[in-house]
Design a protein around this ligand. Structure first.
Ligand code: KPL
Length: 302
């Protein structure tokens, strides 16, 4: 397959690097990373299946006019519309969102003439330096048609991911899976970001209570949106991810450390919005959202 990874930061580089062993992969990345990959290839380190290795995907900063069977979108949620508009200048058969937060698939579907798959990823990954990505926590990729059900395309993409060594499940209930992942991120990301801790912090008090409450509130809002997600299921998912990625710095904690805008609007902010539409109170998500937004405002990031 010809595969474009649009937004090849840490997760995108890990996924793209593993796929590049069997497929023609183009990474659309920031200047320094794209240059390093062009010059010396991409080094994969950490918990990847057969130890450190080097692969040689193509790499560019310019995503316009690309042709591919599949575009894997891994940009931050606030950049999804711009990514879709750029991809629309080329020719893309199918697009898979592997992003945090809600609403990405709908944004891609309204702007692209391609079939849109939804996905979630719980791999911990970090870009050590341009050209080097480390897998800091083995996880799972779940993907499928964005409205649920099954499709031959989702099966084909799932097979390619699994063959690349990525733990992959093809699911027929992506709307529920996206809410479950939202509940995981709503618990882990802002708490680890605001306390500058690794994911393991949410496994013990005093952070555990805060993370559990944010996750429980999210499950309640999911149910109000007609998605069957019990508190127990959401908490179990959050705890499983926190354990598997204990040593990982969450993406939001990485954003705060690097003084970058976060995905708070598409994660806890989305929970607050949906709660309001359904007449529910979510005080913990509201507080976490306000704190992160205040941090962003203080740095002119919003
Ligand atoms: O999705 C993640 C993130 O950091 O955004 C998890 C799975 C929590 C891994 O850190």
């Amino acid at each position: 397959m010809d595969i474009v990874v649009f937004g090849a930061g840490s997760l995108g580089s890990l996924v793209g690097g593993l796929l590049a062993r069997d497929h023609d992969v183009t990474l659309v990345a920031r200047e320094a990373h794209a240059r390093a990959v062009r010059e010396s290839g991409l080094r994969l380190e950490g918990a990847v299946d057969d130890g450190p290795s080097r692969v040689v995907p193509a790499a560019t900063t310019d995503g316009t006019g690309l042709e591919a069977d599949l575009a894997v979108v891994t940009v931050k949620s606030f950049d999804t519309a711009a990514a879709a508009d750029t991809l629309a200048t080329g020719s893309i058969e199918a697009v898979l969102s592997l992003q945090n937060g809600m609403g990405n698939e709908a944004t891609l579907a309204t702007r692209l003439d391609a079939s849109v798959l939804a996905g979630t990823a719980t791999y911990g990954a970090i870009l050590q330096e341009p050209g080097i990505v480390e897998c800091t926590g083995p996880g799972e990729i779940v993907l499928g048609p964005r409205d649920g059900g099954s499709s031959a395309r989702a099966e084909r993409v799932g097979e390619a991911f699994a063959a690349a060594g990525l733990e992959t499940t093809v699911a027929d209930d992506m709307p529920r899976r996206l809410w479950e992942k939202l509940a995981v991120n709503a618990g882990i990301n802002p708490v680890t970001a605001l306390t500058a801790t690794e994911n393991e912090a949410v496994r013990a008090e005093p952070a555990a209570d805060l993370a559990h409450t944010a996750t429980r509130e999210t499950a309640r809002v999911a149910r109000a949106c007609d998605v069957s997600l019990s508190n127990r299921e959401a908490l179990a998912a959050m705890e499983t991810v926190a354990e598997a990625t204990a040593a990982n710095t969450s993406s939001m904690a990485q954003d705060l450390a690097a003084q970058r805008r976060t995905e708070i609007d598409a994660i806890n902010g989305y929970v607050v919005e949906q709660a309001a539409e359904n007449g529910l109170e979510v005080p913990t998500n509201r507080t976490l959202t306000a704190l992160i937004r205040t941090w962003e405002q203080g740095r002119g990031l919003r």
